[in-house]
Every structure is written in C-alpha cells, then in structure tokens.
Design a protein around this ligand. Structure first.
Ligand code: PMP
Length: 362
C-alpha cells in the first residue's frame, strides 16, 4: 500500500460553527445554557462511581417527570424511536395480539414496528385530528383481546392530545398492558403514570425537556415487568433488551419537570385567530399545548412560509407530517421555548410571511 487514496476532507479542517436559531418546530427545541454546559463536562467511564450516581439521579428525575415509583425506570441511549422499539420489542412476542390506536403517524409507526416482529396487529383508526372515546377503546379491547394497547398521548403530526383517564383500568380489566407514547407531550401537558394506570411509558429528551436528542426516558410498571421478564423468547434487539438494560441501570433499587404552560398555548391560539388563521384541531380540549397545528393558509404554498420564516427570522416552524402533510403548519412551544415572548415572535413572523408570500400564490 503506497498512499492514502481518500484524503482528509477539507470541511473537517474548518472551525465548527452552528447558527443560533429559535426552534419553534415540533422538536428539537432550544437547549438552555445550563444543559449545554452539562454536556461539556469531562467524559467518565461507564462503570465509574460518579457515573452510577448520575444514572441514579437521572432515574429519580424520570420518576418525578413521569410521576411513578416504578423501579424499572431508565433512559435508553437513542432517540424517541429507540424507546418506541424498546417498549414494543420487550412487551410483545411473535404471534401475540396487540391493539394500536392510530390517529396520526406515531400509531402507524408503532403498527409497523409491531408487524416487523411478527405480532398480530389490530388497529383502531380515526382521521387526522380525531381521537378515541373510552367506549370505542373498550369495544376494541373486548374484540381483539390484545396483550398490549398502544396509544399516543401527544400526536405531534396532528396536534391532538389524547385523553388518558380511565384507559389504564380498561386495559387491566382485559388483562392487557397500557403502553403510552408521550414523546411530544410529557412535561407540557399533565400525565401521571401510576395514577393513570399506565404500564409502559416513554418520552424523548429533545422536546419539552429541552435537552439534546439521544436519550429517551422509559418506565415499566410491575405488571409490565411480570410480562417482559417472563418471556418465551428473547427480544429481537440485544441493545434494547430490558433484561440487560434494567441490570445495567441497577433497577432492582430504586428534577426537571417543566411547568405546564397551557396559558401560553391559549395565548398563541387567540393570536392566530385574530390573524384569521384556523386551528386544525376543532375540539378545544383535544389541542396539544406543546405542538399547535394551524390549517395551512389557503392560496399559499406552506413551504414558502416556513422557508421565509427560517430565512428572515432564523426561526424554525414546520409543515405537516404523515396524515397532516400539506394540510397544516406545526409550531412547537416546548419547555423553555413556551413563553409569551416567543408567541409574539412567531405571530409576527407568520403575519409577515403571509404578507410577503402572498404574491407567490400556488
Ligand atoms: N413519538 C412522537 C409522538 C413524536 O413526536 C416523535 C418525534 N417527533 C417520536 C415518537 C420519535 O422521536 P425521535 O424523533 O426522537 O426518534
């Protein structure tokens, strides 16, 4: 071998700069200085005493944020998708029946993940912007007799917050585990894991918790542990096997909660109404405070609006996703980003974009 035929890339020799932006999309949100500073601390070994202590602190923080006493509570290394797969891979085995509530893209994705492990996937489907009554859920539980029921708490593709009360009891009546995705909602809208009878719940770090992406808090009730630690087969993923993760996190043992800023979302919704913009979710109580879906203004190309706001204001807002693609604009007000000052900024940017983009009608 004479010489390297792939040369060091020029771009990696340049200083690394990242622009400052106001991140008002459905996540990631801005990360406060206290949290970025924590990330700049020295690296420790994964078995050092200090690391174990930090892991215990993370565990108590998650127990507090989730409002749970569950001993099997930890943070999976990975994005929300990793926690989603961890929850599904560990709680379901090949051939078992699962019921998945689909009112947006996250239910669809859970169904796809469950299908990949060969579970019998049954779905309860409603159109974008809708949600399910407890009666509908009970009928489906009775019909399909699933071992797990999956529900998205904050459907970030449509801006719907799903009611949770009473569903845990229904699941337990039918001997089924209640699995909740609260990636886009936890910390921004109330959820109490133990009180609401949730057996498995996960969230993401980069949404309301205002941390960088890459860690996903997850927790399992005793009822869930009975199932996941007594499987016939090993979970399909080694990395996400709860037998190994629970052991590493010392889960045989035993605060960052953001204040709910519902009034900020309401202030935002009022401002949008005054501008003549319409909210996608009709039912007021079903509006997810952390992600607002605005009906894409008729006559405009939504891409031009989001592009204009990014270029002119250095601010991220986004278009629809999955069933809401092309139909909505999505604005996230998550954690430290949830302030009236930010609402004023995004309202101003939207008003300006509507004026500016008007000429280039589609
Ligand atoms: N579930 C919901 C409700 C989400 O909003 C998201 C992210 N938008 C995810 C799961 C997946 O999280 P991540 O992007 O961190 O993988």
């Amino acid at each position: 071998m004479s010489s390297l035929c792939v040369l060091p890339p020029e771009c990696l020799l340049q200083p690394f700069t990242v622009p400052q932006r106001l991140m008002l999309g459905p996540g990631p949100s801005n990360v406060p200085a206290r949290i970025t500073a924590a990330g700049a601390q020295p690296i420790l070994g994964h078995l050092h005493a200090e690391t174990i202590e930090i892991m215990n602190q993370i565990k108590s923080g998650i127990q507090y944020a989730f409002q749970t006493q569950n001993r099997v509570t930890l943070a999976v290394s990975g994005p929300g998708h990793a926690a989603m797969e961890c929850a599904i891979f560990n709680s379901l085995e090949h051939g078992e029946s699962v019921l998945i509530a689909i009112n947006g893209i996250w239910g669809e994705r859970a169904a796809e993940i469950a299908e990949r492990i060969g579970a019998k996937v049954n779905t309860l489907v409603t159109s974008a912007g809708g949600y399910f009554t407890n009666e509908e859920i009970e009928q489906a539980l009775d019909k399909y007799r699933p071992v797990v029921f999956f529900l998205t708490h904050g459907e970030s593709s449509t801006g719907v917050v799903h009611p949770i009360d009473g569903i845990g009891d229904l699941c337990h009546k039918y001997n089924c585990l209640f699995l909740v995705d609260s990636v886009a909602a936890l910390g921004g809208t109330p959820i109490c894991m133990d009180e609401q009878g949730i057996d498995i719940m996960y969230t993401g770090s980069q949404k309301v918790l205002n941390a960088p992406p890459g860690t996903a808090p997850i927790s399992f009730s005793e009822r869930a542990c009975q199932k996941i630690f007594n499987r016939r087969t090993k979970p399909i993923s080694y990395f996400l096997d709860m037998n190994l993760l629970a052991n590493y996190w010392g889960c045989d043992d035993k605060p960052v909660l953001n204040i709910i800023k519902k009034e900020v979302a309401e202030y935002f919704h009022k401002g949008l109404g005054e501008m003549g913009l319409k909210l996608f979710v009709q039912d007021k109580k079903a509006r997810l405070p952390t992600v607002t879906t605005i009906v894409a203004p008729p006559g405009y190309d939504w891409r031009e609006i989001t592009g204009y706001i990014m270029k002119t204001y250095n601010m991220e807002i986004s278009g629809g996703l999955g069933p809401s693609a092309g139909m909505v604009l999505r604005v996230g007000l998550m954690g430290c980003n949830s302030s009236k000052a930010n609402v004023d900024k995004v309202l101003e940017a939207l008003a300006d974009a509507l004026k500016h983009c008007h000429k280039s009608r589609v």
